[in-house]
Ligand binder design. Sequence first.
Ligand code: ADP
Ligand code: MG
Length: 296
Amino acid sequence: MSSPADGPLAGPAPSPALTPTHADIRCLGVLQLFPGDTEPVVALRNVNLDVHAGELVAILGPSGSGKSTLLSLLSGLLRPTAGSVRVAGHDLAHLDSAGLNRLRATQLALLMQEPLDNLLPYATAAQNLRFAQRGARRHRWSLRWGVEELLAEMNLVEFTHRPMTSLSGGQQQQVALATVLASSPVVLLADEPTAHLDPAGRDAVIAALKQANELTGATTVVVTHDPVVAAAMPRTITLNHGQIGVEGRRGREYIVVGPDGAVQLPEQWLAEHPPGTLLSLHRTPTGLELRVEEES
Ligand code: ADP
Ligand code: MG
């Protein structure tokens, strides 16, 4: 693929945020309001998000920052108050309930926080995967793996004939992951998949998510409040008070320029420079500098 940096007039290398690739998930100007006691609760504001095909991304935020709301929008369980949401080539606003059901049974998979919410508890791993494939087959969605094959790829053969109730939480969540992948989704959304696990279970599920992403190439978004989970992912986006903040890639932190030109100060800088602080922008030989205007 050619990029602007290929030509003879090449400037500096494009920033990672600008690398042109196909976006599989795109949120534009998303606003989500919920009715509150006295005034509406703003769960998400001006959320712009691009996740490219095959990417593995963590969305990190404290409780109440809007993570579950964002996943509900991406899975079509909720329609945004304003803005648009595209997932796997579909503008979700244009899908009726039959279209959404088809999307959820085929292209889109959702892994829930509680392992047993994803599983039939008294069924074996093989039965769980087979059950998940039935829904996809009903929609004539072609399946890439047989049940035994997928269990082997995900290192879960020992659980093939064991009921889920006999497994630890971490093992259940690994089988749950294989179960949601059994329908060969192209997009995988996971809502705090390690929240109720001990550190060993958490680490096993992190490893399984990475392995699943490599194996299936499914575009994967994992929301979490756990910095350990986020740090293990190649790209991390923070969510604070319903807004996208700092973005981390390969251990470096970036602030992202939004489509309206706005940039958001990271929390620790905001504490020192509260809203209303005047900043001036200066071009320097190495880039741009923000200077705090002193009170005169
Ligand atoms: P998180 O998953 O990061 O903990 P949520 O997306 O659940 O955050 O919530 C974000 C904000 O929206 C919170 O202030 C929460 O109280 C509010 N909220 C979420 N769902 C509803 C709802 N159905 N009705 C009213 N407020 C809601
Ligand atoms: Mg939540």
